[in-house]
Ligand binder design. Structure first.
Ligand code: AMP
Ligand code: GLY
Length: 423
């Protein structure tokens, strides 16, 4: 098979590593890719949202399967454009990608499908939103409806914070058009998990669970980021919680999407809060998580490519996945200043040595190759994964690899997985 991965992060490097192992693969491209994918695939300089250019390339290179990593090309209709020229795409149509693109749409699907989720209301007028929170009280969660680069959610502990969030989103328009509508939600309390399912429109196979670490600072302090690290199958993702996630969240969502004429294909990512009485839906994403993908895929024993193909052909019911025993953890190395302003261009040494730590894999995210060196070229720069017999071993190995790196301008959280180990 000729395969094209779209994206340039750690997630796409992890996808490339898994697909490169497949005996079914004849040629792998990554657009635009990064120095990590360059070792496994041919990088092609296409913008991830330049749908016309991607489709033209896929036709010219006789690509059999396109795998979009991030949400932007999906929301922009890449699956629809590829379908029009008869090329399979392991990702949802633009209509189905609204599950990530609009929080209100997700809440309507959840209500239509009877999925457990926080009570909610939506507003297009700020004064009504202000009145509503006065009536229901704090804590309360305020969300810009549209895509806001992961920054559109405020979990407000007090009514003052909630009023400020409404003012910022609706009146000061800090997220532009994404904040023309706000969703206001009951605040859920518990432990969060990311549950992944590969879907073919009708069927879904469980594709691993992970706990992300969203805040930039240790002990979950500071602003939200794209994710500072992740652990595989945290202790609060019990077999019962996973079963409930599949039966009460993922499968009902698939049925509801199909009923509305927008069947969901590709990776469905349920962000869940595990409360005492079971998991509650926080949000859907229409793609794999990052750094969850770098954490989950190293645990997959089965060939990834036939599973992705089955998702595009509607034959997932016959796919059984095999997973390794043990655990996996990922530590993200970021440029100092992230998620705020940061510098690029500093050189990272020790990558080869770090990659030799047993069980460790260094996934590139925001890097750039220059002459013989690798330079930082983004906020999240490297995702350092390690697998091990248990979480403690995986974490020890990941941090041992981090310690082999010599990069003055980088930092990471030193407490990834701490809550899972110590409670
Ligand atoms: P999102 O940008 O939608 O991923 O949300 C960011 C974070 O806000 C989530 O990972 C949760 O930690 C938190 N969050 C979102 N909705 C709720 C809710 N209803 N209750 C509690 N926390 C929430
Ligand atoms: N790590 C969370 C996400 O990919 O959205």
């Amino acid at each position: 098979m000729h395969v094209l991965i779209i994206g340039s992060g750690g997630r796409e490097h992890a996808l490339a590593a898994a697909i490169a192992r497949s005996p079914l693969l004849t040629k792998l491209f990554c657009a635009p890719g990064n120095p990590g994918t360059a070792d496994l695939a041919e990088n092609v300089y296409l913008r991830t949202t330049d749908i016309a250019a991607i489709v033209a390339f896929a036709v010219a290179q006789k690509i059999d399967l396109v795998i979009p990593g991030p949400e932007a090309p999906l929301v922009a209709g890449i699956a629809d454009a590829l379908a029009a020229v008869g090329i399979a795409c392991c990702g949802p149509s633009a209509a189905a990608a609204q599950l990530e693109g609009s929080k209100k749409f997700t809440k309507e699907i959840a209500d239509g499908a009877g999925i457990p989720t926080a009570a909610w209301a939506s507003f297009t007028h700020a004064d009504e939103a202000h009145d509503y929170i006065e009536a229901v009280g704090a804590p309360i969660v305020i969300k810009a409806d549209g895509l806001a680069a992961g920054k559109g959610v405020v979990v407000a502990a007090t009514l003052d914070e909630a009023h400020d969030a409404i003012t910022a989103i609706m009146e000061d328009k800090v997220h532009g058009a994404a904040g023309a509508l706000v969703v206001i939600e009951e605040c859920l309390v518990g432990e969060e998990i990311s549950v992944f399912a590969l879907c073919d429109g009708e069927d879904a196979v469980f594709f691993g669970a992970a706990a992300d670490h969203k805040r930039v600072g240790e002990n979950d302090t500071g602003p939200n980021t794209g994710g500072m690290g992740a652990i595989f199958n945290p202790p609060w993702a019990t077999p019962e919680v996973i079963e409930q996630s599949m039966d009460l969240v993922i499968r009902p969502a698939l049925r509801e999407m199909a009923r509305r004429g927008m069947p969901f294909r590709g990776f469905l990512f349920a962000g869940l809060m595990v409360e005492e009485d079971g998991p509650k839906l926080i949000e859907f994403n229409v793609r794999f998580g990052d750094p969850e993908c770098e954490t989950v895929l190293p645990m997959l024993v089965s060939d990834l490519l036939p599973a992705l193909k089955a998702a595009t052909e509607g034959t997932l019911a016959s796919v059984k996945l095999e997973w390794r025993a043990g655990s996996s953890a990922t530590v993200v190395m970021c440029a100092k200043g992230y998620p705020g302003a940061y510098a690029t261009g500093s050189e990272i040494y020790g990558l080869e040595e770090a990659g030799q730590i047993e069980g460790a894999t260094i996934f590139h995210a925001g890097t750039m190759a220059e002459q013989n060196g690798i330079l930082a070229n983004g906020g999240r720069v490297l995702a350092i994964n390690a697998i091990g017999e248990n979480l403690r071993e995986a974490l020890n190995r990941a941090y041992a690899a981090v310690d082999m790196l010599d990069w003055d301008d980088g930092f990471c959280r030193r407490d990834i997985g701490k809550r899972a180990l110590w409670g």
